[in-house]
Design a binder for this molecule. Structure first.
Ligand code: ZN
Length: 278
C-alpha cells in the first residue's frame, strides 16, 4: 500500500482562523476582525493505493474557488483567498501518478468545506462516501448560508451517506472499516464540523491520520488549541485529545490538510512527537 500527498493549490486564511482566540461567538467573530493573514498554505488531498482498490480522501480545491472574491458570502468574499491552476486539480495529479479517475474505487470526504469537495467533478465513476450529518449540514440554502457550495456539486453527485457505527477504534468513539482487510478506517473526529471524520491507514506498524481540518497543523494538535471557525469547541478539543491518545499508544503520523509539513512527514514517516507525556 502507498499513500500519496496531492497538493491542489493553496489557500490563505486569517491567523484567528488557524488558532481561535476566546470562546463562542467572540472566537468566530475574531476571524472577521483579524487583520492578519497566514502565508499561502497547501491544500492536500490523499490517494491510498490499496490492494483492494484506490481510495481518495478529500478532493481538494477546484478552479471555481478563484471566484470567491466576488462571492456574496462574507466569509468567502473577505476571509479566504485561493490559488490554483487547472492542472493542479486532483484529476491531472492522478493521471500523472498513472491513476485514471475510473480506477478510483472510493472517494471519502472528511467534510464538505469548499476546499475539500472542490475536485468532485473528477470522480463520476467512483463511490463517494460522506457522513450523513455533514450532508445535512451542507445541503440546500442553509448549507449555502453556512458557506458551503452545494450548488457546485456535480449534477450526478449522489453520495453514500456514511453512518459510523458505535464501534470504538482506539480512542475514537465511532468508526467504520473502509477495506475488508480492516487497515483503512473512518473515525469520527467532530468539532471543526459537527460530523467531521478522519481516515486512519494502518501500514507496517504505523497509523497515518488523514486528518482533514481537525487542526491546521501538528503543533496546534499537540497543544490542544482549537481553530477559529469550529462548530463546537468542546468536541474539537476532545478530538485533539483523542488524536494525542492515539499517538501516545501507537506510532502515528499526523497529516492535516493545510499543514505545510504534512507531505514531508508522510514521505519521511515522521511520527508525532509525544513529549507532552513527560
Ligand atoms: Zn474545513
Amino acid at each position: 500500500m502507498t499513500i500519496h500527498a496531492i497538493q491542489t493549490g493553496s489557500v490563505r486564511i486569517k491567523t484567528a482562523q488557524v488558532q481561535g482566540a476566546g470562546r463562542g461567538l467572540r472566537r468566530r467573530l475574531g476571524v472577521f476582525t483579524d487583520q492578519h493573514w497566514t502565508g499561502w498554505l497547501p491544500t492536500y488531498a490523499w490517494v491510498i493505493d490499496h490492494p483492494e482498490g484506490v481510495i481518495v480522501v478529500d478532493t481538494g480545491q477546484g478552479t471555481h474557488l478563484l471566484d470567491s472574491a466576488r462571492s456574496l458570502h462574507p466569509y468567502r468574499r473577505w476571509e479566504v483567498a485561493f490559488r490554483i491552476e487547472p492542472d493542479e486539480e486532483i484529476g491531472p495529479h492522478l493521471r500523472a501518478l498513472g491513476i485514471a479517475p475510473r480506477d478510483v474505487r472510493r472517494v471519502v470526504l472528511t467534510h464538505l468545506h469548499i476546499d475539500h469537495d472542490g475536485g468532485l467533478a473528477h470522480f463520476p465513476h467512483s463511490e463517494i462516501l460522506v457522513s450523513r450529518g455533514e450532508l445535512r449540514t451542507a445541503g440546500g440554502w442553509m448549507g449555502r448560508m453556512r458557506g458551503y457550495l452545494p450548488n457546485r456539486w456535480p449534477s450526478w453527485f449522489d453520495p453514500v451517506a456514511l453512518d459510523l457505527a458505535t464501534d470504538a477504534y482506539g480512542p475514537f468513539a465511532s468508526s467504520r472499516h473502509l477495506t475488508a482487510a480492516g487497515d483503512v478506517v473512518a473515525v469520527a473526529t467532530p468539532g471543526h464540523t459537527a460530523d467531521h471524520l478522519s481516515v486512519l491507514v494502518e501500514d507496517r506498524g504505523i497509523t497515518y491520520v488523514l486528518a482533514g481540518d481537525t487542526s491546521y497543523n501538528e503543533r496546534l494538535m499537540r497543544a490542544g488549541h482549537v481553530d477559529g471557525v469550529c462548530a463546537d469547541e468542546d468536541m474539537a478539543r476532545a478530538t485533539l485529545r483523542a488524536i494525542r491518545q492515539l499517538a501516545s499508544h501507537r506510532p502515528t503520523v499526523y497529516l492535516p490538510t493545510h499543514d505545510p509539513e504534512s507531505a514531508a512527514r508522510l514521505s519521511h514517516h515522521t511520527l508525532v512527537d509525544t513529549s507532552w507525556r513527560c
